[in-house]
Design a protein around this ligand. Structure first.
Ligand code: DAH
Length: 368
């Protein structure tokens, strides 16, 4: 950009004026030709047309003022012509937009492949939970949910764990802090099982009930290969007139065959849960060795999978406080509860429960 000062005018005759203005015009054109981007355009404008320090302003103050009266008109015409030329040069430079180089730097190659959006997939826990639920949905069960932050009443008392009962100790409960001023039944905790939703369901609707309840539960358990403080269960409840233990056996035998294959056998072992009487643990024939005995089933040929039993009349008595139709003399029912992670781990051959919660894409991709 030209920045040599405007020279003194040698003389004000036509030839001198022509020469002086021609020199200026030549500089203005050279400067305009060197413009590359928006910043240069602005610099050019300031350099030539700036009100205080612009070169044309200098020309005006040095030459026009010094000119003798008879030369003023001729000089003024040349001045105006030069100004018009500079303004046109500026307009052309500004209108020409970014340089080719600038454009090339920003250009998008539309032939490049786009950013691939990964398709989502169900997490193996969700998938297993849905699979279990759909086995029961096909038997006419509806699906329910309940809160993860639960009261002592629903999690324990209404499920026939009286205050202070030792069975509560087996549940390793995580309680919400600062609840001591509330009555015990209203104190909040993280539900340790999905069973409280049995009571919430019965309070809302009279029998018959056939419902499955998938959900997350929490226990103060240290994590190891098969335990996690957060895990999932699917609860089931069936209440009607004349529901018997053989209905329970038939239902769960069918469900296990639907989940693990039709050659799977089931057997029921006596067990204890406060909310069922009698209670049972369900075992299935080992899906790894077919029942012959292997490391997975500790050579027994059987794998323990879920708890179940006939709904205890004490549980119906709590339900009857809100829904009198839950009269244990008139109705009966069964319930069951299974751990989703355990079933997922068996179905998919997962040996560490932690891999289900680690969020490692290399693991999860295998289920996509
Ligand atoms: N709530 C039990 C637990 O978390 C599982 C269970 C066992 C649920 C037997 C039931 C049942 O409904 O009948 O350990």
């Amino acid at each position: 950009m030209t920045n040599e000062p405007i020279p003194e005018m040698g003389g004000f005759d036509e030839a001198s004026l022509d020469k002086a203005f021609a020199a200026l015009e030549q500089q203005a054109r050279a400067d305009a030709a060197a413009i590359k981007g928006d910043e240069d355009v602005e610099a050019y404008r300031l350099q030539w047309l700036g009100r205080k320090q612009g070169r044309l302003n200098d020309v005006s103050s040095r030459w026009l003022k010094a000119a003798p009266a008879e030369a003023k008109k001729s000089l003024g015409q040349r001045f105006n012509a030069l100004k018009t030329t500079v303004e046109q040069l500026l307009e052309q430079a500004a209108g020409s937009g970014p340089s080719d180089a600038a454009l090339a730097a920003e250009a998008i190659d539309i032939t490049l492949p786009g950013t691939r959006r990964l398709l989502g997939a169900e997490h193996p826990i969700t998938r297993t939970m849905n699979e279990i639920v759909s086995v029961f949905a096909a038997l006419g069960y509806s699906v329910g949910v309940g809160p993860e932050v639960e009261t002592d009443f629903y999690n324990f008392e209404s499920m026939n764990f009286p205050p202070g009962h030792p069975a509560r100790d087996t549940q390793d409960t995580l309680v919400i802090a600062n609840q001591d001023r509330r009555p015990l039944r209203d104190r909040l905790l993280l539900r340790t099982h999905t069973s409280p939703v049995q009571m919430r369901t019965m309070e809302k609707q009279p029998p018959p009930v056939r419902i499955v309840i998938p959900g997350k539960v929490h226990r103060n358990d240290a994590q190891d290969a098969t335990h996690s403080p957060i895990f999932h269960q699917v609860e089931g409840l069936c209440v009607d007139t004349n529901i018997t233990f053989s209905d329970l056996k038939g239902t769960l035998d069918h469900a296990m065959k639907a989940l693990f294959g039709s050659s799977v056998k089931t057997r029921f072992f006596p067990s204890f849960f406060p909310f069922t009487e009698p209670s049972a643990d369900v075992q299935i024939s080992c899906i790894f060795c077919g029942g012959k005995g292997c490391r997975k089933c500790k050579q027994s040929g059987w794998i323990e999978l879920l708890g179940c039993g006939m709904v205890d009349p004490a549980v119906f008595a709590f339900a009857a406080e809100k829904q009198p139709a839950y009269d244990p003399k008139k109705i009966s029912g069964f319930a069951f509860g299974m751990g989703v992670e355990r079933i997922a781990m068996m179905k998919y051959g997962i040996s560490e429960i932690g891999s289900l919660f680690a969020g490692d894409m290399r693991f999860l991709n295998q289920f996509a």
